[in-house]
Design a protein around this ligand. Structure first.
Ligand code: UD1
Length: 424
């Protein structure tokens, strides 16, 4: 297996360019099949989740051509299959977007229960509630979700009981070709929901209100191909902002939308970090000590839950006691036990983790418990004195493109190493 080896204690300096947003890409690629035509998707991140969702499309009969590192062409004209294989679905959470996309295109879908990071129970009741409101019959047998809408889908009002990114996206995908008007109430407002709406509209859909908590979708009979460029990755950018702040460096992060970074910038400024915002970049620098702060994760525009593990790595060396209250997932602190191996002083009680800042972290052996937990290990390892080995890096590579190259480019000492499978 491969691990990352990090020689910490170096201040990051220079510039990093972020790639396209993972969570937008994994929704937009399935959405392309709704066109029944040829779409070109640009600014895709080069990560394993994008490969897996592309392979799912190929398994379903679409043609996917890689035009360059970050551009693919999807030809969805001759698709014939509505059943996603277990093998592919188990690799990622977002495989469940095939439910909405296939239902919208063909009126039926069979998709195995998805994989992805484990943060406690991850129900999909709101997705199913939405499909049923549009007239689909839903079933679950032997771990496979099946949807059928024999008489076609009909627009409906769907008041979500919880603000769910996945359910909002899935209902949008199913509704764009349904007959009549669909209204999603209590919709999620994340940047990638707006990005998906823009992509759907570029293919001829009629989606309004994305980015607010009421999204209205008027079904259209026909859609067409489009060329679309995905937004920059808010979480990748935020991770490098925190890495710059935690190491006391000076890094400019390019290809970002500053508005998407506001909740993260605000917390870093509270911690004593200097942030300079430009049109499409942000400079992060720190000369004084990091100050403790408290973070509560919330749906957008709140502080993103996908940034809390990386924030924990900075809190670990901040002066005073910091806390994170997890407001989205029931169990997202598995990574804390790993951070403690590097000298982090932390305690978890239910949905609250408390960090008492220490002067130094020390290198050690840790594992990535999940994607963003793995990113927290990288940030902590960059700060820690001495060498840190990070295993189970496949979690990290699901969501960070060229992580090593980007970090080495700003002066980090990190490399990949192949070790035996019993490496401890
Ligand atoms: C997406 C992101 C993930 C991020 C999360 C919250 C993708 C591929 N993944 O996950 O990185 O951490 O948003 O920003 O974009 N819930 C229900 N019933 C449902 C669906 C969700 O109760 O049917 C609950 C969940 O248990 C959770 C909360 O709603 O407590 C939010 O989940 P949701 O927004 O759906 O997360 P995902 O879309 O899975």
């Amino acid at each position: 297996m491969d691990i990352f080896v990090v020689e910490g204690g170096k201040k990051l300096n220079g510039s990093i360019t972020v790639g396209g947003a993972k969570n937008a890409a994994v929704a937009i690629i399935p959405a392309a099949i709704l066109s029944g035509d040829v779409c070109t998707i640009e600014n895709l991140p080069t990560i394993s989740d994008v490969n897996v969702i592309s392979q799912i499309l190929v398994q379903l009969g679409a043609k996917v051509n890689k035009l360059s590192e970050s551009v693919i062409e999807i030809d969805a004209r001759n698709m014939d299959c509505c059943q996603v294989s277990q093998e592919l679905a188990k690799n990622m959470r977002a495989s469940y977007y095939m439910l909405g996309a296939l239902l919208g295109r063909f009126g039926r879908a069979r998709v195995p229960m998805p994989g992805g990071c484990y943060f406690g129970v991850r129900p999909i009741d709101q997705h199913l509630k939405g499909f049923e409101a549009l007239g689909a019959k839903t079933g679950l047998r032997d771990g496979v979700i099946s949807l059928t809408a024999e008489g076609g889908l009909k627009g409906a009002c769907v008041p979500l009981d919880v603000v769910s990114v996945g359910a909002t996206i899935n209902i949008m995908l199913a509704a764009v070709r349904a007959e009549g008007l669909t209204v999603i109430e209590h919709a999620a407002k994340e940047p990638h929901i707006v990005d998906l709406a823009n992509f759907l509209n570029s293919m001829g859909a009629d989606v309004r209100g994305a980015g607010t908590d009421v999204i209205k979708i008027r079904g259209v009979k026909k859609m067409h191909g489009a060329t679309y460029s995905i937004i920059p990755d808010q979480i990748e950018a935020g991770t490098y902002m925190i890495a710059a702040a935690a190491t006391g460096g000076d890094v400019t992060i390019n290809n970002i939308i500053p508005k998407h970074m506001e909740s993260i910038s605000k917390k870093l400024m509270e911690m004593g970090v200097e942030i300079y915002e430009y049109d499409e970049s942000i400079r992060v620098t720190r000369s004084g000590d990091l100050k403790a702060c408290n973070v509560t994760t919330m749906p957008h525009p709140g502080f993103p839950t996908d940034m809390q593990p990386q924030m924990a790595a900075a809190m670990a060396i901040a002066r005073g006691t910091s806390s994170i209250t997890e407001g989205v997932w029931e169990n997202r602190f598995q990574y804390v036990a790993e951070l403690k191996k590097l000298g982090v002083q932390a305690e978890v009680q239910g949905r609250v983790a408390t960090f008492v800042g220490v002067d130094h972290l020390k290198g050690g052996h840790v594992k990535a418990t999940d994607l963003r937990g793995g990113a927290a290990m990288v940030v902590a390892a960059l700060v820690a004195e001495g060498e840190t080995a990070i295993s189970e890096i496949y979690h990290i590579e699901r969501g960070y493109e060229q992580l090593i190259d980007k970090l080495v480019g700003v002066g980090a000492c990190i490399h990949r190493k192949t070790v035996s499978d019993d490496f401890k």
